[in-house]
Each structure stands twice: as C-alpha cells, then as structure tokens.
Design a protein around this ligand. Structure first.
Ligand code: ATP
Ligand code: MG
Length: 439
C-alpha cells in the first residue's frame, strides 16, 4: 500500500479527551474515530489490526474444536423473560421497540439465543458435547464508557458456549477454553494471567478472568510472579487429551482479582519477592454455570436411559476490540505504538527519503514490488514530505520493521533496516532484505 493513497488520518496533537496512552495512540495513529460516546468507527489501519486479532482468536477456537456460528445482534425481549434476566440486566441493556411494538434488544451477550438454538436442535446425549462460538458486535450501555475501545458501548466480542451431559464433561470443555485462551493471548505477544473470579450476574461456580498487567487497568490484581514467566506456546497441546494437569499448573499458583483476593492466603502461599500486586486489564472471562440457563429455557437431552437431562453449560468471552487497546498499553514507547508481529497491520514500512530523486524512487519501487510479490505486507511512504515527518509517522503507527531508502544507501547498494522495538539499525543489501522478510 502506498501511503500517498492510503486513508490514514494521523493527528499531531494529543486529543484532549483521551486519558490513557492506548486511547491517545489509537486516535493519533488514525486507527479509530469516535462517533458517539463509546462507539467507534474503525479506519483502514485499525481495521486491519482488528481483523488480525480476530483471526488469532478464531484459529485458536477452531483448534480447540469449537465451531463458528453467527448469531444476530438484535434479540427478542421475550427470550430474556424466559431466562429470567430481562429485568435483572438493568440499564446496561439497550432496549428497542420495533414498528409492531414488539420489544427487542441489542444483545449484550448471547446465552439465551444460543441455548434456544441448541434446545431446538439437539435431543440426545449422543450429540454431546458441543461448543459453538461467534465473533459479533455487542452493545452494553456502560455508565461510563471510557479509555477508548477498552470500555466501549459497542464492542466486538468472541463468545462461545459449551454444552455437556454432566459436570465432568463441562469441566473438560472449560479446561479446553482455559488453554485455548492462554494460547490466544500469548500468540498476540501478551502475558495474560488467569485469575479466579467472581461469577457475577452470569452465575455459576467456576470462573477465571484473563488479565493483562498494565498500570491503567481497571482491576487490582495479585499474583505469583511465576505465572508471568510461564510459557504456553512452547508446549504441544492436544485438545483431545485431558487438559486438567495443564490447567492445574496455572491455577495452583496464587492469582486473584480484588473481589476474590485473600491477603492472608497470598502471604502464606507466595514468598515475599514473588508477590505481584498490580493493576490489570481484563481481556477474557470464562464461566462454568451448570444448568442456570438450560433449566429455565428447557434445554434438555434424553440420557442413556431415556431420562431428561438439563445440559451443563459454560460461556467464554474474549474482548476482541478491547484487545487492541490492551496490546498498545503493553507495547508502546514515547514515539508511538510497537505492534507485535502477529497483529501488525503491515509488516514493513518502507520510507522513501527523496521521492524527487529517480534513483531513490526506482530502488523503493523495485523493493516494494518484490516484497509484494513475496507476500510481505508493506506500507510504502512515497509522500512528498520531509524525512522527519515520515520518521515520526512511521514510529507512531508502529510497524515492526522500517526500511529507509535515501541517495547514500542507493549509491552504496546498502539500505537501512530499523527494528521499531529495539531501535537497532542494520545496513543490508536489497536481496538480503527480501530474504529476511519473505522468510
Ligand atoms: P468488565 O468486568 O470489564 O465489565 P465483563 O465481566 O462485563 O467485563 P464479560 O461479560 O465477561 O465482561 O465479557 C467478555 C469480555 O468482553 C471481557 O473479558 C472484556 O474483555 C470484553 N468486554 C466487556 N465489556 C466490554 C466493554 N464495555 N468494552 C469492550 N470490551 C468489553
Ligand atoms: Mg468480568
């Protein structure tokens, strides 16, 4: 993509309304624009990142055996009356009346809808277990939307729902999601720590929140430092095997959000120099809640002896749009964003230092074409601007690699490659650059 033709409205000034660094950088780097309180439009660069985050979430869900569906954003109020949650949900729910005076709502979550889909289709214990997910916009009329996409009103969530015959099966499903979540966040370059959590209005008796440590986080968190150092990606995970031992390895170490924190236990279980007391951002939340929805909504299957059994359920959420803010909170410096390679909108930023010099522009064009042919996503800054502006913009938008091409480099046959994260610079021949990035 040529920057001269790209819709990238960056801002020089720091927007006054943005209180935290990720929000400021998302606005400054032209990723999103606020349309109303807590409601955002995604601009081309931001939308590319959102789709990358979504892709990783999807790949890990698929690998775990969950199946993708797409449920509507608009739901019927009657469904929520059946589950008993319509009144309980309160003013966070956006309630809508259609032209026939039917009460509808913009879904804040999907337990009711999925339970009914399941109920109407599955009759026998032989059809269990099932795990269905979707990635869909939610609306919650948050009292205080803030911090940009971190606490929006409209936001993108991956949510899924597991159906099992008994509690042991439901725990197996829960464990799969637990491990899938560890992998999902690790692949985005994040250290997400599972913390015992309150089940809140969803109900049930087993729940973990996955939390990224960041000073601007809304939750106070306490954990064993060993959890931060643990690595899931180095392991081979077989989702058809019993994952309880893996889960135990993580859950046996102390980690809790403030609601669940027990200071005495913390001090007993964790030696002083491994105690982490910090703030964090919730990026995922998993629940096992048994028959809380299957009973009122009558989601039963025939068991082996013909008896009716209410299915055991769990639900699992990832804040897909919130993750973009969380990633930036975790990965930035004074000059801007530093995208992890896995989610970056483009891998390489190519900077043409002298667009009016035909040798320089020729060298840029040749490398740009070759990178494109090798499938390397490249953003080519071919604009007629001074180098300082180009450097600042490229640092701001945070692509992991910059290739800087000017008259001296072209004459010497060596181009400059800069690593955005470390700031390290190398001189490399064009062929070597191509080989490096195409690999
Ligand atoms: P929170 O405690 O932050 O309000 P929640 O417990 O209400 O979150 P869940 O219902 O578990 O959230 O939703 C699953 C995930 O969706 C959360 O872990 C979070 O990452 C994301 N999420 C929830 N509310 C919002 C919001 N208002 N804006 C952006 N993402 C959100
Ligand atoms: Mg929560």
């Amino acid at each position: 993509m040529r920057l001269s033709q790209y819709f990238l409205p960056t801002l020089k000034e720091t927007p006054a309304e943005a209180q935290i660094v990720s929000h400021r950088l998302m606005l400054r780097a032209g990723l999103v624009r606020q349309m109303s309180a807590g409601i955002y439009a995604w601009l081309p660069l931001g939308y590319r990142v959102l789709k990358n985050i979504e892709r990783i979430v999807r790949e890990e869900q698929d690998a775990s055996g969950a199946q993708e569906v797409l449920m509507p954003t608009i739901q019927s109020a009657d469904l929520w009356r059946e589950s008993g949650r319509y009144d309980a949900y309160g003013p966070e729910m956006l309630r809508i009346i259609d032209r026939h005076k039917r009460e509808m709502l913009y879904g804040p979550t999907n337990e009711e809808v999925i339970t009914v889909i399941f109920r109407d289709a599955v009759r026998s214990y032989r059809d269990l277990p099932r795990n269905l997910y979707h990635i869909q916009w939610k609306f919650r009329d948050e009292v205080r939307p803030r911090f940009g996409v971190m606490r929006g009103r409209e936001f993108l969530m991956k949510d899924n729902y597991s159906f099992d015959l008994d509690k042991a099966g439901a725990i197996r499903s829960y464990n799969k999601m637990f491990v899938a979540y560890l992998r999902t966040f690790a692949r985005m370059g994040l250290k997400a720590i599972p913390m015992r959590a309150d089940t809140g209005p969803i109900g049930g008796d087993l729940s973990h929140e996955f939390i990224i440590l960041a000073d601007t986080g809304e939750s106070a968190v306490f954990c064993d430092k060993d959890l931060i150092d643990k690595d899931i990606l180095g392991r081979k995970i077989d989702f058809s095997a019993d994952l309880q031992p893996t889960v135990n390895e993580w859950t046996s170490l102390y980690a809790a959000t403030d609601e669940m924190h027990d200071q005495a236990r913390f001090e007993k279980e964790v030696v002083a120099d491994r105690r982490v007391a910090a703030r964090g951002i919730e990026v995922g939340h998993i629940f096992y809640f048994g028959t809380k929805y299957s009973k009122p909504l009558n989601a039963v299957v025939a068991g082996p002896n013909g008896e009716n059994i209410a299915v055991e359920m769990g639900s699992y959420g990832v804040g897909v749009s919130r993750l973009m803010g969380a990633i930036i909170e975790a990965s930035h410096d004074a000059n801007g964003i530093i995208w992890p390679e896995a989610v970056t909108p483009f891998k390489v930023g190519l900077i043409n230092l002298k667009p009016d010099d035909s040798a320089v522009s020729g060298a840029c064009q040749t490398l740009y074409d070759k990178l494109g042919a090798a499938g390397v996503d490249t953003l080519y800054d071919d604009r007629d601007l001074r180098p300082g502006t180009k450097f600042a913009d490229m640092d701001l938008i945070g692509l992991p690699w910059q290739v800087i091409i000017g008259p001296k480099g072209v004459a010497a046959g060596k181009l400059e490659v800069k690593n955005r994260k470390t700031g390290q610079r190398e001189e490399m021949a064009p062929e070597a650059i191509l080989a490096r990035f195409a690999a």
